[in-house]
Design a protein around this ligand. Structure first.
Ligand SMILES: [Zn+2]
Ligand SMILES: [Zn+2]
Length: 486
């Protein structure tokens, strides 16, 4: 009697000690499948070498297109797991007519603690924004070993275990407060994907998801040889691993001195907006990398371009209103969907402006205005307004007794399929973005712009560009001639 009492007691205790909660069980299953918790806890460094592709997020031919890619060679992703440091070095070569030219470009993208940094090909290091650094800190855990290692930490919080299709899924908040969704395969128990949420100024709250496939044996662990990362629905990186090393020499991942000593970058730089009257009732608003143009009609103003972000666009709108305080600013003409040229559309909508754009962009802006921005609430999230939109097919004329602006689709340009240019016939001014940027070393889109101007018999004296400074029409002709003879 006594013996059996003690036996039951011991068995009950043993069961209580080993029974994991459902959320722990998912992590334990993943750890076992990957090679065991002790082996995973002993991982100090991971070096992943490979090749693949990067997408061209927000800069492709249309809002939905995904055909433009960078071929990635010499890819090395080094993670110092314990130190929370990581660096990606790669050489990428665009497979499309890129504004910087089609030669290979070397990239070094790092993070060490709170400091994110890039190293340019000339060796100059710069500190990146806190937001980018945070994304890179999260990216350290977009790998099966690092996420499971973090989830095994008793200080991690595991919640919401569930089954979805053939996956078991659990929410993981790491000891240092980063949040992830971890999914493992229902059969093999190997991690299939990791998801984290971040803010994208154009897309709002977005999921960054890395999927893992083609697991192989490396030093007693299973590691994926194919990693694919998406932002929202767009693939940003697809890497096939050629070699991986666990606990090898990670080299020095500390940030270069220039980045380490730089102050934190908490957001975009303050806006500087200059106003230059280029003709009666036409102003170029410049001052930084992206210009806008204000055009005065008899009883209202319109703006051409709401670029970059809230900071830039709200400052540009304020400057436009300052120029003619008695005339309402009613519309913004958007030249094309590229994120740097449309990053202020939500701000413009929040200020009550109607958007004029090429028809192929309509759904993109409808989505952009409807998307949630809870992670980093922007002007429109704080002051929601519906989108008012007017669509251009081949052309549209805005005219009254004081002013005429003709908007034309730029047909066949390798920079984008849904681009508009604005022509002011009386002033013989052409306003355009990216098709011709006066002074730029590479002009892969200028020949097509000239073709469009010629085809439509536009009599242009001056180009008022949305990058760079005003140029005589002859500069475009010379650039185009140089491009075609190169
Ligand atoms: Zn562009
Ligand atoms: Zn541009």
């Amino acid at each position: 009697m006594k013996h059996s009492f003690w036996l039951v007691f011991i068995l009950a205790g043993a069961i209580a000690c080993t029974r994991a909660t459902p959320e722990q069980q998912i992590v334990n299953d993943a750890a076992s499948a990957l090679g065991g918790g002790d082996t995973i806890r002993a991982v100090r460094t991971i070096v992943i070498e490979g090749e693949g592709t990067n997408g061209n997020l927000g800069q492709d031919m249309t809002p939905e297109a995904t055909g433009q890619q960078f071929n990635v060679n010499g890819y090395t992703r080094t993670i110092d797991v314990a130190a929370g440091q990581a660096r990606i070095e790669q050489t990428r070569t665009p497979n499309f007519a890129y504004f910087q030219g089609t030669q290979p470009q070397k990239q070094v993208l790092g993070v060490a603690g709170d400091i994110g940094y890039n190293v340019a090909p000339n060796g100059n290091a710069t500190r990146v924004s806190n937001a980018v650094a945070k994304d890179r800190r999260a990216d350290i855990f977009h790998h099966p070993i690092t996420i499971v290692r973090a989830a095994l930490d008793p200080a991690a919080k595991l919640t919401n275990p569930r089954t979805a299709g053939n996956e078991s899924v659990v929410e993981v908040t790491t000891a240092n407060g980063l949040a992830f969704t971890l999914a493992i395969d229902g059969t093999s128990k190997l991690p299939t994907r990791v998801v984290s949420m971040t803010d994208n100024p154009n897309l709002g709250d977005v999921a960054i998801e890395t999927t893992f496939a083609d697991y192989q044996d490396v030093n007693g662990l299973k590691l994926p040889a194919h990693l694919t990362t998406k932002t929202d629905k767009f693939t940003t990186a697809d890497i096939r691993v050629t070699k991986q090393t666990v606990n090898g020499d990670a080299g020095n991942l500390a940030p270069p001195a220039a980045a380490a000593s730089a102050p934190p970058v908490t957001g975009p730089p303050p806006a500087t907006v200059t106003a230059e009257e280029v003709a009666k009732g036409v102003w170029l608003l410049a001052g930084q990398s992206h210009n806008s143009v204000v055009v005065e009609f008899s009883d209202h103003l319109i703006l051409i371009e709401a670029p970059q972000n809230d900071t830039r666009t709200l400052a540009v709108i304020a400057k436009a209103r300052e120029l003619r305080p008695n005339k309402p600013l009613t519309h913004v003409v958007n030249t094309h969907h590229h994120f740097d040229h449309s990053g202020g559309i939500r701000a413009a909508v929040s200020e009550g402006l109607a958007v004029i754009t090429q028809r192929a962009n309509a759904q993109f802006y409808q989505d952009a205005v409807n998307r949630a921005h809870t992670i980093a609430p922007d002007a429109l999230a704080k002051n929601p307004k519906p989108l008012k939109i007017e669509l251009v097919d081949d052309g549209m004329e805005l005219t009254d007794s004081a002013m005429t602006v003709q908007l034309y689709h730029i047909d066949g340009n390798p920079h984008g399929d849904a681009m508009l240019m604005a022509y002011l016939p009386k002033e013989r001014i052409l306003v355009e973005a990216d098709a011709f940027s006066p002074g730029a070393a590479v002009q892969p889109y200028a020949a097509n712009l000239l073709e469009n101007i010629t085809k439509r018999n536009l009599r242009v004296d001056r180009i008022v560009p949305l990058h760079g400074t005003i140029a005589p029409f002859s500069d475009l002709v010379k650039t185009q001639a140089k491009t075609t003879t190169d």
